[in-house]
Ligand binder design. Structure first.
Ligand SMILES: Nc1ncnc2c1ncn2[C@@H]1O[C@H](COP(=O)(O)OP(=O)(O)O)[C@@H](O)[C@H]1O
Ligand SMILES: C=C(OP(=O)(O)O)C(=O)O
Ligand SMILES: [K+]
Ligand SMILES: [Mg+2]
Length: 617
């Protein structure tokens, strides 16, 4: 981990050897979006009644036969102009509430204000498909800073329970909710558990401490539970520096001669003595110790794993945090250091029993050797996965991380689970206003693999340039997605069936066919009317060339779909009558300037299990 604190960045101090060289020239990669929240929110809906859509369609009932027969619309009405959104005219209608609505009155159709601005800015065929997760920390926790992230395209705000206290997190979660209600965003909230791995204490509030070889400072690991606030300077045992770590169970497994890595190699120590409950280490590789830094022990070139085998994946503190997350209504809970599918299943039934109907998705963080051993089972049991490369890279040799990433991204797509690529994507931007070229290449690779989402950690939590880092993710995503579409480089990933019931199988086949048709016909958008979001995610899984407008009745489903590739989630109340749903949707979207006459749309619904192909009237 390279997240040196700002205070460490002094002229006299040389960077750690593993930091790449960095130039300060202005980056051509940054996009300068002129969109402001005000401009984005300015679009007002107005009532326009249109005659029924001139569409030809065939609808099948949920009964499996006969299969849907598809007829295509005439090409005449079709405009092949690159799609640009027009500005909407101001609202005059009384039956449609103007957007946004600060009083919490539901408007007929809601879409994220930032997404709408991006649609407007890029044209909807070129709008961003890759979703963006930002970790909120001291650098971004104020309402203004959160709003800047939302305007910049943050789809999900992550709070890491490893840091800060519950009051702090409550403030952030509520500020995000307020932002959504008052300013028309649909930012989802993800709570990330601390997990039970061994890490250092918080250094008594010190930004960092230095471990040095030269003066042979000894770090004394003091095995106390729970982690308490310890001022590193006060823990001087006759020249040794004491650092409190998180678990008592390490000591019996540690041997003299073992190597201790801080944050996967930010600093290295050798165990030289065991003293009662303590372990005495000598620094062999100097470096920075950051608060709560992760610790791993190594022997003969491999990680010593038995030390944490008995630690529960979800600690008692994590359970309290989970109760807190449920009470605060978070959208996702990310579970750190998952070892098996059982813990995910347990948590999911716990949530189902506790949260009565509200639907919190459980994300498995893949960051340990155990999680790799049980990968498929874990992902099947979860609602999504995070490739947590920070800790993963401290548990497996670094050179294995890229292939593991590729494998997990593909597996998640096969199993229809959203996947987040996390950690160190733009690490240098914690301190610098432009990314390294290597970082841009890393981001590009994740986008090219068509991961659902990219995540910022320290860059947004405590970095100097959170908005710029987000802007880099946004512009690189858009550029690489466009390049990949232009090159028509669809990897021929044969999607296996994921459905367990016959009815689900029909939905899956319909989505596969619709995505294929959308590509073949050069459709402008796929519309999906979905109550649970399932059909939207099946479409996302196909990674079609055009965006997927997902209409759902629940704001919670809408927020959850915000994590999935290529989905533009709308909240809309709709009926079982597709004809009237479509007419109403076309009117509303045309009034907002989000579609225009002639656009070719493929429409699906999970009530009717149908495919319709039509031009917008
Ligand atoms: N809620 C918070 N309070 C204080 N600092 C935080 C908070 N969240 C994140 N940070 C800081 O941002 C850094 C990066 O965040 P993250 O990647 O989530 O954690 P970690 O580095 O522990 O894996 C952390 O190391 C910590 O310094
Ligand atoms: C995302 C990660 O988890 P955390 O930041 O909670 O350590 C990681 O290890 O990469
Ligand atoms: K965590
Ligand atoms: Mg981690």
């Amino acid at each position: 981990m390279l997240s040196q604190k700002r205070s460490e960045q002094t002229a006299s101090q040389s960077p750690p050897p593993h930091r790449s060289c960095h130039t300060q020239s202005p980056s051509p990669l940054r996009s300068h979006s002129s969109a402001t929240a005000a401009a984005m929110a300015a679009a007002a809906a107005h009532s326009l009644l249109h005659p029924p859509a001139a569409r030809r369609s065939l609808t099948s009932t949920p009964t499996p036969s006969p299969p849907p027969f598809l007829r295509l619309p005439s090409a005449t009405a079709r405009s092949r102009q690159p799609h640009r959104l027009r500005s909407a005219s101001p609202s005059t209608a009384s039956d449609l509430t103007a957007f946004p609505n600060p009083n919490g009155i539901l408007s007929p159709i809601d879409v994220d204000a930032a997404t709408e601005a991006e649609l407007r800015e890029n044209g909807f065929r070129s709008t961003r498909r890759t979703k963006l997760v930002c970790t909120v920390g001291p650098a971004t926790s104020s309402p203004d800073q959160l709003e800047a992230l939302a305007v910049g395209g943050m789809n999900v705000a992550r709070v890491n329970m490893c840091h800060g206290d519950r009051e702090w997190h409550r403030g952030v979660i509520r500020a995000v909710r307020r932002l959504n209600e008052e300013k028309g965003f649909a930012v989802a909230v993800m709570m990330d558990t601390e997990g039970s791995e061994i890490h250092m204490g918080d250094l008594g509030g010190a930004a960092s401490a230095k471990a040095e070889v030269r003066c042979l400072r000894l770090v004394r690991l003091h095995f106390n539970l729970p982690v308490c606030n310890v001022d590193e300077r006060k823990l001087n045992y006759g020249g040794d520096v004491g650092i409190v770590v998180s678990y008592t169970s390490i000591q019996p497994n540690v041997r003299v001669g073992d190597e201790l890595l801080v944050d996967g190699g930010m600093a290295r120590f050798e165990v030289i003595e065991k003293l009662g409950p303590d372990v005495k280490c000598r620094c062999t590789d100097p470096g920075l110790l950051l608060p709560r830094a992760n610790l791993t022990f190594w022997r003969d070139g491999s990680i010593v794993r038995e030390r944490n085998a008995m630690l529960p994946t979800i600690s008692s503190k994590d359970w309290l945090d989970i109760d807190f997350g449920i009470a605060e209504g978070v959208d996702f809970i990310a579970v750190s250091f998952v070892k098996s599918a059982e813990v995910i299943k347990h948590l999911k039934s716990y949530i189902a029993a506790r949260s009565r109907g509200s639907d919190i998705a459980v994300i498995a963080k893949i960051e340990s050797i155990d999680s790799l051993k049980n990968l498929e089972e874990i992902i099947r049991a979860s609602d999504g996965a995070m490739i947590a490369r920070g800790d993963l890279g401290a548990q497996v040799p670094l050179e294995q991380v890229p292939s593991i990433q590729q494998k997990i991204v593909q597996l998640c797509r096969q199993l229809n689970k959203p996947v987040i690529v996390a950690s160190q994507l733009l690490e240098s931007m914690i301190e610098y206003p432009t990314p390294t070229r290597a970082e841009v290449a890393d981001v590009s690779e994740a986008v090219r693999q068509r991961a659902d989402a990219l995540m910022l950690s320290g860059e947004s939590a405590m970095g100097r340039y959170p908005d710029k880092a987000l802007s880099v993710l946004r512009s690189v995503s858009i550029r690489i997605e466009k390049w990949w579409r232009e090159e028509k480089r669809h990897e021929t990933l044969e999607l296996q069936g994921v459905s367990s019931s016959f009815s689900d199988k029909i939905s899956e086949e319909i989505c596969n066919s619709a995505a294929k048709m959308a590509n073949g016909l050069g459709a402008d958008a796929v519309f999906v009317f979905t109550k649970t979001g399932h059909m939207a995610s099946l479409l996302s899984r196909c990674r079609p060339d055009c965006p997927v407008f997902a209409f759902t009745t629940l704001t919670s489903v809408r927020r959850r779909l915000n994590l999935q590739w290529g989905l533009i989630p709308f909240r809309l109340s709709f009926s079982d009558d597709m004809e009237s749903n479509l007419n109403r949707t076309f009117s509303l979207l045309k009034a907002r300037g989000m579609i225009q006459s002639g656009d070719l749309v493929i429409a699906l619904s999970d009530m009717l299990q149908s495919i319709q192909v039509m031009n917008v009237p």
